[in-house]
Design a protein around this ligand. Sequence first.
Ligand code: FAD
Ligand code: NAD
Ligand code: ISD
Length: 426
Amino acid sequence: MGRAFVYVILGGGVAAGYAALEFVKKGVSHGELCIISDEPVAPYERPALSKGFLLPEAAARLPSFHTCVGANEERLTPKWYKEHGIELVLGTGVKSADVKRKTLLTTTGETISYKILIVATGARALKLEEFGVSGSDAENVCYLRDIADANRLVNVMQSCPGGNAVVIGGGYIGMECVASLVINKINVTMVFPEAHCMARLFTPKIANYYEEYYKSRGVNFVKGTVLSSFDFDSNGKVTGVDLRDGTKLSVDMVVVGIGIRPNTGLFEGQLTLEKGGIKVNGMLQSSNSSVYAIGDVAAFPVKAFGETRRLEHVDSARKSAKHAVAAIMEPEKTGEFDYLPFFYSRVFTLSWQFYGDTVGEVVYYGDMSGSAFGAYWISKGHLVGAFLEGGTKEEYEAIAKATRLRPEIEDLTELERQGLKFAVTV
Ligand code: FAD
Ligand code: NAD
Ligand code: ISD
């Protein structure tokens, strides 16, 4: 028993939603496209889960943040998929894939076949157990990847008003969840192994700005160490966090954000993998010409860097999705994906954007003790990266444009003197 489609999108997250919209824009016919997702809801803007969803008042809830509202496009509700003849197979995992036969086997035992498959399986949160610590199943230990996790986090937060939380991990989830916990009046200690937060992107100087701000909001930092074990009460709830440096913290709840792994398992041994993801070319096409990959799971050539990268950010998921659909539906009109990496975050009243790459020398500008400052990265005599906190829409557009242009930089002191004006006038 099974169904056959021309196009199947495997995964129902951000990239799937944006791909669906693009298929409709390019004239997909009713009955041709199917999306299979193990989540019970239609694609939504995952970034909302660590921001608007966690607000104590007027919190964002579905259906308000279905894709593609994050890019100011149409909001694709289940009704929209129905009206456009797109089969949404929700709450259904794919347990195996056969790229030679072009079939997927679902957890309900159905075989779904395709002519073209788009893999949009995203990633899963790494578990503490993978680092030798047990306790992830405790009722007050939270991860944050999907809507079920977000609902659980809200319930746990609401069960301990004014309580103590430990947040493990100094990356994006750590930073955004700490801010949300503080806004919910929970006392937070943040623990991470590096010397400063956001070590994958921030320089020590940039990190210091955010750490000082977080301290001013009451956040306590324990850096340079990791969790060694939890203490539990007789109900299996975590009551204490023991760190490798000997620190003991008593807690009402724990949030863990220690990175992700792309969901490539179905395709290992069938498609070429690189950088932990499915390797694709500039058309987002994998080593099997009938299979494309988009979003967090895709490792694609970043032209500006001259190398293959896997990015874990929403803009890349949206744009790779759009490009793959164009490559499939209008191959003769579609060139190679030429993507400028773009990351952003919003915490408390702060907001930053980053474009490009963090290699080479760093030049800072603006007032690092005020509300707006930035940095440029210069490599081999060219501007290759730009960061800005507290910018206006026009200023963010200017640093994006300047980074894309990769202007030659002869004098770093002059660049520092010009600061943001350099990007605005380039
Ligand atoms: P996902 O959105 O993760 O979607 C993958 C989908 O595939 C999921 O629905 C999953 O359940 C499904 N799936 C996986 N395997 C199977 C299977 N075998 N069968 C069926 N279905 C399957 N990025 C930013 O740039 N800015 C932000 O502010 C930001 N905030 C974030 C906040 C949170 C809480 C999280 C978790 C991520 C955030 N990100 C942010 C990252 C961004 O959300 C991701 O880069 C983006 O969601 C990737 O899209 P995707 O479609 O590749 O993967
Ligand atoms: P991350 O890669 O941003 O950060 C992981 C952090 O885990 C590291 O910074 C480190 O401090 C910590 N860590 C690593 N090993 C550890 C260990 N053994 N013990 C304790 N801590 C350890 O990943 P994340 O914060 O978990 O975020 C998950 C995903 O969600 C990422 O892909 C991220 O890009 C995405 N996300 C993005 C945004 C955004 O772009 N604004 C917001 C939220 C989530
Ligand atoms: O890009 C985003 C983002 O940061 C969000 O919070 O998309 C979501 C939506 O804007 C929420 O509606």
